[in-house]
Design a protein around this ligand. Structure first.
Ligand code: NDP
Length: 247
C-alpha cells in the first residue's frame, strides 16, 4: 500500500475523527484526510496545537474541521457519550476513526517499572481507545462504509527489551483490532491496524535521542497507507495489520 494513490476527492462527504491530531503523524493524517475532501474532527490534548491544525485546514480551503480538546488520560464514559451525541447531531454519521494518540512513557527494564506510569500508558493507549471505539460505534453504524484504524508498532508484534508498558499496550492494540474485526465480520464497518514504522516525530526523538532524524521517514511519506485504509478502496479489508513503510 506504500504506493497507493488516492483520488483527489477520495474522502469527499466523509466525516473522520483523528485522535492526537495536534502533532506528529495524527496532525499530518488530519491534514491529508481534509485535503482529500473529508470533514475532520480534530481530537487531542493541547487545544493550541489543534487550533493550529484547524487554521491550516481552513487556510488551505479544505472542508471546515471541528475541534475536540480532550485528555484521553482523564476521559470518562460521559465524555465519549457526549462526543457521540454531538457527532450524531452535527453530522448524522461518522465514517472514519483514526485511533492514533499514544504516549511512550519511559523506557526501562520491566523489573523496575513504575506502576503509575504503567497505568497511564494503559489508560491512554488501550482503555481510551477501547472506550472511544465502543461509544462511537453506533454513530459509525450510520455510515454506508466506515473504517476504524488502530495504531500499532513493531514492538507490538515482537517483544523488545526495555520497551515495557508501551510495547505491552501495542500488543493489546493488535489484539483489540483483531477481536473487533472478528466480531464485525462483513458489515459496513471494517477495523484494521497500521504500524507506522520509524517516523520523524517528537515521540521517536524521545525514544532515540541520539538518532539522525533526517534519515527517518516523515509522516507525509506514510500517508498512502493511511489514505488507503480510510478510503472505500479498502472496503473489503478487515482485521489486517499493515505496515506504512516498506520492509
Ligand atoms: P507524537 O508524540 O508526535 O504525537 C502524539 C499525539 O497524541 C499528539 O498529538 C498528542 O497530543 C496526542 N496525545 C498524547 N497523549 C494524549 C492524551 N492523553 N490525550 C489526547 N491526546 C494525546 O507521536 P507520533 O505521531 O510519533 O505517534 C503517533 C502514533 O504512532 C502513536 O500511536 C505511536 O505509538 C505510533 N507509532 C509511532 C512511531 C514513530 O516512529 N513515530 C513508530 C511506531 C508507532 P499533545 O501533543 O497535545 O500531547
Amino acid at each position: 500500500m506504500h504506493t497507493y494513490q488516492a483520488a483527489e476527492n477520495a474522502l469527499e462527504n466523509k466525516v473522520i475523527l483523528v485522535t492526537g491530531a495536534g502533532d506528529g503523524i495524527g496532525r499530518v493524517a488530519a491534514l491529508t484526510y481534509a485535503k482529500h475532501g473529508a470533514t475532520v474532527i480534530l481530537l487531542g490534548k493541547t487545544t493550541q496545537k489543534l487550533e493550529c491544525v484547524y487554521d491550516e485546514i481552513v487556510a488551505a480551503g479544505y472542508p471546515q474541521p471541528a475541534i475536540v480538546p480532550l485528555d484521553l488520560k482523564g476521559a470518562t464514559k460521559q465524555h465519549y457519550r457526549d462526543l457521540a451525541a454531538t457527532i450524531e447531531q452535527q453530522f448524522g454519521k461518522l465514517d472514519g476513526l483514526l485511533n492514533n494518540a499514544s504516549i511512550l512513557g519511559s523506557l526501562g527494564p520491566l523489573e523496575h517499572f513504575c506502576v503509575s506510569t504503567f497505568e497511564n500508558i494503559m489508560k491512554v493507549n488501550v482503555t481510551a481507545q477501547a472506550m472511544i471505539t465502543k461509544y462511537l460505534f453506533p454513530v459509525m453504524r450510520k455510515s454506508p462504509s466506515a473504517s476504524i484504524i488502530f495504531t500499532s508498532s513493531g514492538v507490538g508484534r515482537q517483544g523488545r527489551e526495555f520497551w515495557g508498558a508501551y510495547a505491552i499496550s501495542k500488543f493489546a492494540t493488535e489484539g483489540m483490532m483483531q477481536t473487533w474485526a472478528a466480531e464485525v465480520g462483513k458489515t459496513n464497518i471494517r477495523i484494521n491496524c497500521i504500524n507506522p514504522g520509524a517516523t520523524r516525530t517528537g515521540m521517536r526523538a524521545t525514544a532515540y535521542p541520539g538518532e539522525d532524524k533526517d534519515k527517518l521517514k516523515t509522516p507525509e511519506e506514510l500517508m498512502p497507507t493511511y489514505l488507503y485504509l480510510m478510503s472505500d478502496d479498502s472496503a473489503e479489508v478487515n482485521g489486517q495489520s499493515l505496515d506504512a513503510q516498506p520492509k
